[in-house]
Design a protein around this ligand. Structure first.
Ligand SMILES: *Cc1c(COP(=O)(O)O)cnc(C)c1O
Length: 490
């Protein structure tokens, strides 16, 4: 496959690149992103030929159709990471919750959040490519809780990769923090920042544009890449489970092959939804991709009105923190796919300059052909969690809860819907406890209470976190990040 740039080419970078080039250096001209030049077909014939495939064979064939410049051996090695999920024959269970509502559980990997779906194989590929080229890469991540643990987990002890992870002190759950600060490997560096997620992210951005820091990296012969969903290497692995979910509904006889379904995607940076968009375009029978948000409902507003408006918006800290995002990076790839590079550049420049852009009525219609949207308040999230625990004995995390509101609002009772569950409840147990009116002060207490009351087992990966030694103790002022990193990387 070839990838081209969402904001056009500046004459300095190559006008198109291969898959491996795009994942090693994900930054395109004018601050844009790389996006596929053309998409393969995932038509009925492809789907039929995979009705009895397991997840890994499907993954392999999807990657083959994208025609990426990665050897078969390396692809096999990357997707063998799904063997480490709870059930290696079925890493993504799709469970029927009620008529027309199927939950596709993306959280059965090592860090119990959907980030593992892509980051596990992605880490193998990035490290191997770096090794083959004899290059060393620095991955820097600012995290509000799920990207950090999944990035550390996939890159620990990987050759030719150094990882720096910044998290807001006090801004993550205990489980998320422990998943980072107990992750012990010489190439992993984890720092708590005094401040919130915005501070951590701003610190990272200023570092990336600092001349001094970039010169330091050059001297150390360290190149920068990225492991968030601006990297197309993440997105490609986030197409597979959408196809898998469709096939599961056929297998479970919820639909006949060829019938349409809706997908409900709890969204922040829009990487998960973008994967769905690509496979819809490639031929999988999806009627609508429904974007579920929390009170930071900028995506709902955008999809309903065609206006992306950051003016007078302040980030609200909600009980579904992985979706507390206002600048949703991957919307840009949809704009590019539909309206081309010139228009995308214009819109993104307007967003940077005026904090605002507006689609034409025709453009909005184009977006609405594929997408619909709604959001949940924090109270609706709590009510949904409680309702499904008490009535269906199903414990869902707060991000998943936002999809249920969308289901109730949109379901016409004629078309089955797949809602994505992006985290295991154990990562957000104090929110579950709160929804039930239980008074707890920390994750450990909440986990124990809930598991006893509902007779659910907590995986060893979570239980053991509380026994592991904390190896990353540093909490620093945000102004000291550069000095600290230069020390560490020296
Ligand atoms: C990252 C994340 C999301 C948002 O996914 P995007 O691809 O950024 O839209 C939703 N839920 C959870 C639990 C996450 O970790």
């Amino acid at each position: 496959m070839r990838l081209i740039e969402t904001r056009g080419n500046d004459g300095k970078k190559a006008p198109e690149v291969s898959f491996s080039e795009a994942i090693l250096s994900p930054m395109a001209s004018y601050g844009g992103l790389y996006a596929p030049k053309t998409l393969p077909k995932f038509d009925e014939e492809f789907l039929n030929s995979h009705l009895t495939s397991d997840y890994k064979s499907l993954a392999k064939d999807v990657l083959k159709r994208f025609d990426i410049d990665i050897s078969d051996e390396l692809i096999d090695k990357a997707i063998s990471r799904y063997d480490e999920f709870d059930d290696k024959d079925n890493p993504v269970p799709v469970v029927k919750l009620e008529d027309n509502l199927y939950i596709s559980e993306l959280f059965h990997g090592p860090t119990r959040a959907f980030k593992d779906m892509a980051l596990q194989p992605f880490g193998v590929i990035l490290s191997e490519l770096a090794k083959q080229r004899g290059e060393r890469y620095l991955i820097m991540a600012a995290t509000s809780g799920d990207t950090g643990p999944a990035t550390l987990e996939t890159f620990k002890n990987k050759e030719n990769i150094e990882v720096v992870c910044l998290y807001p002190e006090g801004g993550t759950s205990d489980v998320q923090r422990l998943q980072m600060v107990t992750e012990d490997a010489p190439n992993l560096h984890v720092l708590g920042i005094k401040g919130d997620f915005d501070d951590a992210q701003a610190a990272l951005k200023s570092l990336l544009s600092s001349k001094e820091f970039n010169e330091f990296l050059k001297r150390k012969e360290l190149k920068l890449s990225a492991a968030n969903s601006v990297n197309f290497g993440r997105i490609i692995f986030q197409t597979i489970y959408h196809i898998h979910s469709y096939l599961e509904l056929v297998r479970q006889k919820a639909i006949e092959m060829g019938e349409e379904i809706d997908l409900i995607v709890p969204s922040g940076n829009f990487g998960n939804a973008l994967g769905a968009y690509y496979i819809k375009k490639a031929g999988v029978p999806i009627k609508k991709i429904i974007i579920a948000s929390n009170e930071n409902n900028i995506l709902t507003e955008f999809i309903k009105s065609g206006v992306y408006d950051l003016r007078n918006k302040k980030l609200i800290q909600t009980n579904s923190p992985a979706m507390d995002i206002l600048k949703s990076s991957n919307v840009e790839r949809v704009l590019f796919d539909k309206f081309g590079a010139a228009r995308t550049k214009e819109l993104m420049e307007s967003l940077n300059k005026n904090l605002y852009y507006k689609l034409t009525p025709d453009e909005l219609k184009e977006i609405q052909k594929d997408f619909d949207a709604t959001f949940s308040t924090q109270k609706e999230v709590l009510d949904t969690i409680k309702e499904y625990i008490l009535q269906k004995n199903y414990i869902m995390d707060p991000h998943t809860a936002t999809t249920i509101k969308a289901f109730k609002e949109k379901n016409s009772q004629v078309i089955p819907m797949v809602a994505y569950s992006t985290a295991e409840w154990t990562k957000f147990s104090p929110v579950i406890a709160q929804s039930l009116g239980l008074n707890v002060t920390n994750d450990k207490e909440a986990l124990n209470l809930i598991s006893a009351r509902f007779n659910v087992k907590i995986t060893d990966k979570i239980v053991n976190l509380f026994k592991k030694r904390v190896v990353h103790l540093k909490i620093i002022e945000k102004n000291n990040i550069m000095r600290e990193l230069i020390d560490i990387l020296n």
